[in-house]
Design a protein around this ligand. Sequence first.
Ligand code: AHR
Length: 654
Amino acid sequence: MPEKTFARLSAIAVIASSSILASGQSAPATLTIHPDQPISTVSPTLYGLMTEEINYSYDGGLYAEMVRNRTLRGDWSGINYWYLVEDGNAQAKMAADESTGPSAALPKSLKLDIEKADAKNQAGVLNVGWWGMALHRNTAYKGSFYAKAGSADIGPVTVSLVNDNTGKAVATATVNEIGTDWKQHTFVLKTGAIETSATNHLVITAGHPGTLWLQLVSLFPPTYHDRTNGFRTDLMEKMAAMHPAFLRMPGGNYLEGDHINERFDWKKTIGPLVDRPTHRSPWNYQSSDGMGLLEFLGWCEDLHMQPLLAVYGGYSLSQEHVNPGADLEPYVQDALDEIEYVTGGPETKWGAERAKDGHPAPFKLSYVEIGNEDWFDRSGSYDARFTQFYKAIKAKYPDLQLIATAPVKGVKPDVIDEHYYVRATQNFHDANHYDASDGKSPSAQHWDSGHYDKVDRNGPKIFVGEWATREGSPTPNMGAALGDAAWMTGLERNSDLVVMSAYAPLLVRVDPGGMQWETDLIGYNAMKSYGSPAYYAQVMFASYLGDHTVASELENGGSKLFYSATLNKAKKQLYLKLVNASSEAQPVDLAMPGAHVAPNAKVVRLSAPDTQTTNSIDDPTRLVPVESTLHNVSSKLKVILPAYSIQVLQIDLQ
Ligand code: AHR
């Protein structure tokens, strides 16, 4: 069968075909679908995003800032990622200065003492960026820094982007009038007809003896939707193709921090960047907090997602917790303030703050999650902590749906967040985890024994807030994608109960030292990014979601065939996801009794010769979905699913 992989998701090639696929042999399975018998609703929010500051997801990732350690933090080894520059005969010293900075949040700075320099022999500092700085031809890079000088005669400061290999400047700007008080200066670095590369760095120099202090040095490429302080376009486009309905913000351990004072303290992440003190993330690096609360909300706006706000619940990872009662009250108030910052009108205290930060319009919010993975809290305080948050939030915001991260008895949560990190085999065994007919959850597959051990359809709704088949590094291979797809068929079948889900982690920097957690959906370096086979499985499932499940029966399916059947009532389309995780082709006799179907159906298929095949930064599109057309479709047809394949059939009903 002729086929063509597509280079971009938006440019899917359509190929004619008289059958889905050829070859292979297992005993035929019989799948009967009843498009006229809707069973249960499919949640429109089933697929969303979960991200946190891990694997350089924000700094060095989605957040487009090109300067690494822009707040010039020092340690025993110096000021990381910054180096002294002495051109020709210039002489200078650089050091961390703890006595001066542009704001209370950033009270320190880099001090450059230039002993000898002139226009041709300049002295200064350079920044190596996040594993380099990607530069494209004819592009404007917008920068800024805070500076002050020992005396006004320090002269102009030169800012350049320099190619690592040639040592030549590829873009230069001059900043004049550095005064003796702290002030922000801006510049634009415009490249010409350069060769695109990531082997570049930023240099800031002066040609006159004197002292120069620097802080908050920043440089941005063009961003997605031209957002100031915004996001990398390629990563945003990849996320957009996933059709995410929500963003869990911020998710995971990053919300909690290792210690209470290292939590995501949202009030320190809003307002001008110079007023954000930065903080250490539990994944062992400093977060610039350039991705603060309002930036998360902007990200939601850009991708048309609803925010799922995660508020700090009074537990941090080193077994530190805040006692329920009076001790917890300030944290509960903080959460109420945070909700007001997101949803309040400009007449409210925190709504006014948001308006001052540049966004007068309130955001729509339906879900608030309290904490993260609180089953880790060995003090057993979560029940009382959740209850205290629940009562306070519901009293002020009765319509908000509140999500618990562990079982509680004090109140009934609206939703429970469950997490699963498993191997593909476990997902094959557990694909019916939430099926009503089953009614039990196989505890062996549980991430932690603290979860509910029964799927109670009268209980809270389920948010599978983190899940992944963990096979492949840095990004999942085809075997993992098959495990994911099998699992997603179960989520879709049970989406009356499972109202939301999110793969985690989403992003990974693939440069050496960039990964803290293996098996992440999308990989990238400074120049480019790629989607794993599991990423494409997500794109396929979310692109053809449907709004109702329909009645169906499978016979003779064996242990490696998984499916879900959903209907888009308004479009009169049936979406059939078929996953063959076996090493043999699987014939399927498909029947849709009484259905009137259009003669041509769309097929989107991802398949591989084995489970280990994968995509990588150097081979980014080895496996991508291929679209084709199935002709002569009727209410009875035979399809052959190749070994190791995931496919979506879109059948138009007449
Ligand atoms: O996704 C990685 C981590 O796994 C998250 O930070 C945490 O919530 C979970 O344990």
